[in-house]
Design a protein around this ligand. Sequence first.
Ligand code: ADP
Ligand code: ZN
Ligand code: ZN
Length: 741
Amino acid sequence: MKDLYADIIVDISQEKLDKTFQYLVPPEMAAQVEAGKRVRIPFGNGGREITGYVIGLSREPKIEVSRIKPILAVEEQGMEIESRLISLAAWIARNYGSTMNQALKTVLPVKEKAAAREKKYICLKADPKVCDSLLEEYVRKHYRAKERLMRALLQKKTLEYSAAVKEMKISREAVKSFEREGLVSIERERDYRTPLPRRISPEEKAVLSEEQQQAVKDILEEWESDAPRPCLIKGVTGSGKTQVYMELISHVLERGRQVILLIPEIALTYQNVSRFYARFGEKVSLIHSRMSQGERYDQFERAKKGEISVMIGPRSALFTPFPELGLILIDEEHEDSYKSEKNPCYHARETAIQRGKAEGAYVVMGSASPSVESYYRAETGIFRLVCLDQRYGGSALPAVSIVDLREELKTGNRSVFSSLLTEKIRERLEKKEQIILFLNRRGYSGFVSCRSCGHVMKCPHCDVSLTSHRNGRLICHYCGYETMDVKQCPVCGSPYIGGFRAGTQQIESLVRKSFPGAKVLRMDADTTRKKDDHEKILSAFGNGEADILIGTQMIVKGHDFPRVTLVGVLAADLSLCSGDYRAGEKTFQLLLQAVGRAGRGRAAGEAVIQTYHPDNYCIQAAAAQDYEWFYQEEMDYRSLMGYPPRAAMAAVRGAGKEEELLNQAMDYCRKYIERIYQGKDLILIGPAPETVAKVQDMYRRVLYMRHQDREVLVRIKNALEKYIEVNRGFRNIYIQFDFNV
Ligand code: ADP
Ligand code: ZN
Ligand code: ZN
């Protein structure tokens, strides 16, 4: 057999990750060496012995064999956190089809070359008696600056250098002379730029409701079993999942281990995070996407050193280098933002489960409307299901009405507000209660529907909505089916067929016109450009500075506004027709969350859902707030169409500047797959144009693969990767794999 070689990195910093060195794996070490292992190697001309990390293995020497040196030893004792993260990167590269380098850059904390920001302190060292007599002397001699400095030091003992110099108007020279005389010392401390407010009054541990207690008990029981499974908490809106998380966190902290809490970026608000901070104090930190690389690195360093033990953040927080990770919590587990859009297209939920497995950490997910995949796994026993069926404090779930917009049109009402919704808004305004108006534009892709009968133009092969393109054609983004745009409804003949145009801005002006005197706030991509906009609007609304909050999906995520008693969903259907097989699921989830914003305080809540599809099960189940109903119907559809989780599905996404070459390359992919896998159980769809068919002059095409067994798709991906690497037809074409389509 050919010799085995290991690719080794010797320096884990962003610029150096690309730089690997090849070493020979002596046969007696072959069984031990794998991605992530720490090894001792001779390095440089002198052959100095240093430590490196294995990131990959191959049987192909990259340089002349005589120049490849052997590994000296494998370090077995204690897998360090870097080792574990490197093996996680290897798992990501294999499972999501990226290079090891891309995976490493995602997973490892990025070391920055720039010097870390430091804080300096002036610390009093001299005996207080000496100081007192010196102080007298300064007063006598009118040394005003020295007097100020000495007084402050006597009072506080330690002063922050730059603040002291600035606020007390003391020259740096004065401080230096104190230092020379041995009165003070200047101490340095690395400033970790704590992103959290320092002063929040501590929160007492809440008394859990009986149902919450039971949930905690069930989860702990699962943890203590022989083969603990990830837990999925299905808890209705307002059931107090956060309290359950906190209880679990304190359980883990008591055992000296650490916790990662993933929450969607959009829900990463002051209100949410400060609750954890109030309960667990300075052990808590957070990262978010607006932080610089350096700031994130600081947080990761603190985690590594054991200065913090709870990290809150979006999906990238999953890679916090905690030395003894005990628990990964994933709140709102169904959220799209847990999936990376960038290569590697990893899914935080799956990756968390993998990290948990490798490091002996538990994984707990929570949602009011779990993803179909997760619930399917709970149903089949891969996850442990834990339910919270009541709102905390016993408030009722809101009463929901469905309004059929086709009927409104018949009565001549063409406004965006049905008469029922108008009437209810008036009522609330009179009672001084708050209202949320939700315009559901998620994934709105320009589908075409009939306003008279609700008919939506769909692909005859894929049962997803067709998307209207500027060239006057309707296109399916799964299979590429095309047809001419229609001027008349093919079902009822009505000419009112077309796309939906109203945006939040138009809605705002309509609200102002229809309800003069009402105070209105709007939250969408336009009003939340700046860093704190999001926060400001939410807290203004929370403080009662407006009667009506209008917005897109960003207003329905996990916010707790006790004074909201009415939620109006203006266009429930927009996401229902977004042209992908998850459209129904996303619609149900959004509606359930939106509806769940109402009636969280003492007054009962109500919601009105306006739709052209009052009979659709997603809308009906959301109105009934009945997850099981939705799930059963959805699984019937997925089974019928062979969509996940009934089958595994993956996408081969291609991009290129020249359309012809791209089409050719995608055809090669399809033909190659057909050649290497001939079983009838593999279904190939496409290639077709992506939903957004051209971005920055790059054309985009996609080919879907479906099979019962995900592992088959992974193997096809691996083979295809090799084929692409050696085939000249793929020059200037970028191929990316996506296993969470
Ligand atoms: P969910 O995330 O499940 O929708 P939350 O965690 O936001 O629900 O809880 C809803 C409300 O109930 C919050 O205002 C929360 O403070 C309150 N709450 C939940 N459980 C408790 C408890 N055990 N003690 C006191 N308040 C609670
Ligand atoms: Zn029609
Ligand atoms: Zn189709």
